[in-house]
Design a binder for this molecule. Sequence first.
Ligand code: GTP
Ligand code: MG
Length: 331
Amino acid sequence: MDCKNSDEEIDDSEEDEDDSALDSSNSHAMHDILYENVPNEEETNLTASSNEHGELRIMLLGARGSGKSSTGNTILRCNTFQSEMQLSRVTQFCERATGNINGRPVAVIDTPGLNRIGRTEREVTRNILKSISLYTPGPHVFLLVIPVGNLTNDDKSMHKLIESMFGKSVWKYTIIVFTHGDRLEGKTANDVIACSDKELRSFIHKCSGGFLFFNNKDTTNYEHVTELLKKVETLMAINGKGCYNLAFYPASERKIRKKMEKILEKRKESIAQKERELVMDCKTEQEVERKKQELWRMEEDDARKKAENPAKPKIAISLGKRHTSGQKSST
Ligand SMILES: Nc1nc2c(ncn2[C@@H]2O[C@H](COP(=O)(O)OP(=O)(O)OP(=O)(O)O)[C@@H](O)[C@H]2O)c(=O)[nH]1
Ligand SMILES: [Mg+2]
């Protein structure tokens, strides 16, 4: 699919304008634009600060195989996200699914596993950062999904990676979900944490939302999801009911997002047209949703590339002023 537009050269000079204006109003404007094109738009008509009874955006983060997709499925009480025991990465792209927790509308954004393995790591972080239509203007909470156990060096590297993507404020919006709660063997979650390494407890201190345990193998018990909702609501209260937004990203990422938003804004009409066309080719609602997410992935990927490497302005060469060989310039 050709996503390129000739009129999309980005003017870098505009990028250093008042960032604060961009941080709230622009991101809300972009939210409106982007959500015109994602499913359940009537449920997502929110602003960052006035969503008391609106949809909660929950983003899952964590290492490969930590149980992110299973946790998403437990929250939504369905098997939307692919989850399986596999050593290679199961979730390849960010995906979004909606549902409710005890009647409260939620959107869960599943992500590919974060692991420090060279080039793949960059692809994964890029994939998460570029998927802005899935969680604009930002998640209300990040669920950091970790299989129960003490912190490993890989975990610490992953924390650094998360900070490099979302900035230090990310922890103010984070709740830790320990998966494999079925391994508690009769102990309480608090007892397990009390006896854990100091490093793990220090890390829990850092995350404003605290922690809870999930047993994704027990689909009959919904208590821990109810507990999660309470924790999310408390965390939102501490954060003044706002969501994680553009203002918190590291400066370089903020610039890229601002450029991406401009590019996607310019393409709004053409994307809407493509969406109308794909609806005609699909037989089921699920197919429409899947195709729309694919379309947005391609558009966002292209917009991200352009935002990261804007086309260099062409340098006009004035032949009139060139000296011919052997001709001396006058002094
Ligand atoms: N026993 C037990 N197994 C779990 C739990 N949560 C997840 N699993 C299993 O762990 C494996 C990986 O789970 P996924 O949800 O696919 O993990 P993921 O983090 O989405 O993996 P990637 O998409 O590859 O990053 C699957 O076999 C799950 O059934 C849990 O609470 N208890
Ligand atoms: Mg997964």
